[in-house]
Design a protein around this ligand. Sequence first.
Ligand code: ADP
Length: 985
Amino acid sequence: MLKLLSSTAASCPQAHAFATVPALRTKPSSSSPLFDALSQLTRLTARRSRTVTYRRFFCSDSSGDSGEDGSLAEVELKDAKADSEESDPKSSSAIVSTSPRPEDYLTVLALPLPHRPLFPGFYMPIYVKDPKLLAALQENRKRQAPYAGAFLLKDEPGIDSSGSETEKSVYDLKGKELFNRLHEVGTLAQITSIQGDQVVLIGHRRLRMTELVSEDPLTVKVDHIKDKPYDKDDDVIKATSFEVISTLRDVLKTSSLWRDHVQTYTQHIGDFSFPRLADFGAAISGGNKLQCQQVLEELDVYKRLKLTLELVKKEMEIRKIQESIAKAIEEKISGEQRRYLLNEQLKAIKKELGLETDDKTALSSKFRERIEQYKDKCPPHILQVIEEELTKLQLLEASSSEFNVTRNYLDWLTALPWGSYSDENFDVLRAQQILDEDHYGLTDVKERILEFIAVGKLRGTSQGKIICLSGPPGVGKTSIGRSIARALNRKFFRFSVGGLADVAEIKGHRRTYIGAMPGKMVQCLKNVGTANPLVLIDEIDKLGRGHAGDPASALLELLDPEQNANFLDHYLDVPIDLSKVLFVCTANVVENIPNPLLDRMEVIAIAGYITDEKMHIARDYLEKTTREACGIKPEQVEVTDAALLGLIENYCREAGVRNLQKQIEKIYRKIALKLVRQGALSESAVAGEVVETDNAKAENVDESSQKIAGSDMKVEAETVETSSHNQTAETAVEAVTIQTDDQSQSDVDLKDITEREKVQDNEAAKAVEKVLVDESNLADYVGKPVFHAERIYDQTPVGVVMGLAWTAMGGSTLYIETTQVEQGDGKGALHVTGQLGDVMKESAQIAHTVARSILLEKEPNSPFFANSKLHLHVPAGATPKDGPSAGCTMITSMLSLAMKKIVRKDLAMTGEVTLTGKILPIGGVKEKTIAARRSDVKTIIFPSANRRDFDELTPNVKEGLDVHFVADYSQIFNVAFSDEQNKEK
Ligand code: ADP
């Protein structure tokens, strides 16, 4: 007997049970050589293992509700009469010899099959839930008549066959009802085993129910039906069966599910039994139960083969689809696994070759760590860019240039303070205190800042604004910027745009350039570490002209509150929010600021300081900070008011206080050196040594060098109690150091001249002297007073008049001079010198004409202008920033010459004149007033239109000035050429 071991895969939805059986030898008369070989083989095998043959099959499910899916059933078959079977061709389909023979069964128990019909030659385990039926089956087996009819159950009309409801109700069906629900054609099934309610059937031959015999258990009468006769050499049948076989082979190739069965079948059965082939194909195909039932009912062999072919072809298609689905899924999974594996391998290889440095991971974790603190506040698109760059970094070669670019980029990206702000101070009183602490005066600037804070307090947030501080150098624009930052509790960052021509300084380079850097603003944010700093942009009026791109428009993009919420730096390539930044710009000349920028700014002018203000600044601010910076204690030094005043009046006459600060620093540096020297001398004296200076120059100490240096320094020494010696000693120490450092006279060599002096009293060694600087010894510290061009004449001579100008350096006084070059009939002409623009030249011409007409009025007979060639000079520094304002000064100068009258003493004037003699308003009243005060002017003439400007000045600026406001030149004439003045002369 043929031994078959059928092991199949676990899930086989389309077949519930199957096995090829040797009973295929239904036609021993077959002349097929294959069959003969097969018969021989089977006989041999049967003899060798006569007694027991194991058949295994795998069954997925037969009852649906058993829950024992995939149970492996081992069936033992007794093969006792195999030989006799062979000798009796009629019993070929019997697997277990029984008496009576299968064909003798004409009345059988009807077993309902819920899922599929049973094909001859196949196993099928079913579950019998009906106890009566089960008992009857067992009874049959005992009576050596283990046969029953297996019939497929029809679907209940109107109910979907797949529903589990039907399965359950199968077991409730009884008698006639069941009879009517069964298909007529079924299979004679041999009961091979009964275990519990599991009954294993083997299909034998086709049956047709004819009538109902008894109802419970259902017993029916049956006819045994045979296939219609066919011609086994029929080409069409052969071809069809070959096609079935080759399709089965294809199925086999794509799936190992039925491999064993198909192989066995095609190898051993070959083409000898076409009806069996058809049954086999149908049984293993995935056809539904009706299609299978159709095959079972078909008795025409050719038609049955055709039906089977359809089923297996369909099966093949399903296989293909299944395969492609499986392949796609497998590819996806394996693709990911592959990637992972390759990445791991790559890492390992790189590590092995030393390419993968630990730096890389360290770098990544450093960047991750940095960004961790901003994770909640950082905009998501930034986080995404960082994440992408980090991934990129991992994949790049550590030695490649791109790696460096990415690393630097990440360095910048992660170093910025995304969404991190410093807590702003909205406390007006505290802010006021801070501002006052740092700067004297500047009331309007401070007021504006306090307003800003007040608005911030009411609104809850302060908005980015652009404040522009304008004024001459040294008036404290930069330092007040710093102070505002302190008052607002914002971080401070300063950068100067003076001469800036490269747009990349502001907008950054593109990352592709070697050595690319982000712009100043990004650098600033990295530097300060908060997103709301105060940024001071210095010298905005001195912006350069870029050859590629305009720095002014780049700055505009940066500053404009409308645009800078999404400022895009070329390097960073992600927008950054600058709307919370407070911008403060500084400029000397507001007119030079590009207009679009100026439009968006709030200009606060700082005019400069008068002597009185400078005194306060010097005393309360500059001196204090310098003293601290030099490490000198207050008790060690005293600079008298007279000394300070002398310093301000004779050395530092400019609008700002920077020079004053420099001079004070100079004084304190010298004092520091002096104190240290004295200390050193005292220490040496304690040791009882004769002190000699180590300076080589010291040997050249002589009278001449002392002369250059000026007078000896006067030092008042006071004894101070020292902590180490609890004794006081009074000692007078003579001057030991004479030093000159006169920068204004740069041709004078600076020499340190040291004189040795024996310390007379050892006990006084540790005494520290108090240095006194007063008016008399001021020159020792800062050199001789600077020659001052502003005030040359005590009384201006004929043809010379003092004017007031307003320049980038602040206000200033200047002399406008006119002399007569030539005289003669018709020689009347004007020659102008000085760095004058076209406007000023025209202004001079106008002045000439107006002066002539006025003289005609005053002295009708004077031929002066008609016959004199005049030379008018305007000093260079006077080029005013607000256009011409020297018209009236020029007229007065010419008239003075023409009439040979001097103008009033200590008079200065400013104003532009029309051809008809009307006076036009001017700018910079405050600056000019301050300048006039500095030059000891007593009387000022201003255009009457400027009266308001003057009235707004603080009383200390206006104090003691005789100011005339004029609308017409005749008024000036009256003031300037007052007769007393000329009478005096
Ligand atoms: P600017 O930027 O206008 O050229 P700075 O801000 O550099 O001038 O000021 C020069 C120096 O003068 C600074 O040390 C500053 O502290 C000091 N200074 C200017 N104005 C005042 C003031 N009103 N009170 C105290 N110090 C002042």
